[in-house]
Design a protein around this ligand. Structure first.
Ligand code: RI2
Length: 325
């Protein structure tokens, strides 16, 4: 993948990133992670002080602001974790050297993210056969990468995309597929069971995967997976390894973001009614056949191994970013 999949450029500032991630102008777990890497790089470049300790605190305070934007996608925290841990591992060096190395770390994460999606597309496309009907939910760049790869290999495929209420990310998915020449049909979320008999494989993304193999993704993902399970249709999750949550090894639960009621309905039309708007849900591992990562196609039960191999000993992100650490 190249940078054109993102709707921000190299000059993205910290404040701009915070605002655009919060209002979901920059959205999608992978894109959010790349955005925080770019914003933290620019924040680092702007450091004017003269001590290594002050630079470290400058980077940490920027990271804390970015961390507070959206709570669920662990990719955001893992991008920050990658940069700050790399910074902490540096031997005593000058401010200029440290600034340059932190910026390199941010670039490194960015490159790694784009490369991971290519590898996932290659591996995932192997599972798509000529003539398959694929169902996808919401808008996952990583899942879309697999579908587009299969299409580019000349496989004759058809995609059913859910609308994905309340923010209609299915519009983004379906227009991207139509633009690429992939036959695509948009359905309302509640029509998934109606269409499942026509589906050969379900491919979706992930915001966070926990140590027990549960996949946290856009609200409705667990219903899609349950319906697929009932119909014996395989469910494949496309997720880079930085979407696995090291903190779930410490017993922490993944926080599910609940967004504004106004996203669901004009609340003035329903006085006295409490509107609920959770943005994500968790799909248990029993309903997932495989997770495609850049290190291979794995069962969801291998999440523990991925976390241990990729992250080593777990330090909670809040502790890592604490002032004076
Ligand atoms: P990629 C999105 O969250 C969706 O839940 C999507 O499946 C997931 O991130 C992964 O997206 P939101 O930001 O990283 O729309 O695969 O709330 O693009």
């Amino acid at each position: 993948m190249d940078k054109s999949i993102d709707n921000f450029d190299d000059s993205l500032s910290l404040n701009e990133a915070c605002e655009r991630i919060e209002n979901m102008d920059i959205r999608g777990a992978g894109r959010i992670a790349r955005a925080v890497a770019v914003a933290l790089k620019n924040h680092t470049a702007a450091f004017k002080g003269d001590s290594v300790r002050a630079l470290s605190e400058h980077v940490r305070s920027g990271a804390r602001k970015l961390l507070a934007t959206r709570p669920t996608a662990v990719s955001l925290a893992n991008a920050l974790r990658y940069i700050v841990r790399g910074m902490d591992a540096m031997d005593a060096i000058s401010v200029d050297e440290m600034r340059a190395k932190v910026m390199d770390l941010a670039d490194g994460f960015h490159q790694r993210s784009l490369k991971a999606m290519d590898t996932i597309a290659d591996i995932g496309a192997e599972r798509i056969r000529d003539g398959d009907t694929i169902l996808t939910h919401c808008n996952s760049t990583t899942a879309l990468g697999i579908i587009l790869k299969a299409h580019s290999e000349g496989k004759n495929i058809r995609v059913i995309a859910t609308e994905s209420r309340p923010r209609h990310q299915g519009y983004i998915t379906s227009s991207a597929l139509a633009e690429a020449g992939v036959p695509v049909e948009l359905i309302v979320d509640s029509a998934v069971r109606y269409f499942m008999p026509e589906v050969d494989i379900v491919i979706m993304g992930a915001d966070t995967i926990s140590a027990n193999g549960s996949v946290v993704n856009k609200i409705g993902t667990s219903q899609v997976a349950l319906i697929a399970h009932e119909a014996r249709v395989p469910v494949i999750i496309a997720a880079e390894t930085y979407k696995f949550s090291p903190e779930t090894l410490l017993g922490r639960l993944v926080e599910i973001e609940e967004r504004e009621p106004q996203e669901v309905v004009d609340t003035r039309k329903l006085p006295g009614v409490r509107i609920r708007n959770p943005a994500f849900d968790a799909t248990p591992k029993e309903y997932i056949d495989a997770v495609v990562t850049e290190v291979g196609m794995i069962p969801p039960t291998a999440a523990y191994n991925v976390i241990v191999e990729q992250f080593g000993p777990t330090i909670p992100i809040q502790q890592l970013l604490k002032e004076g650490e």
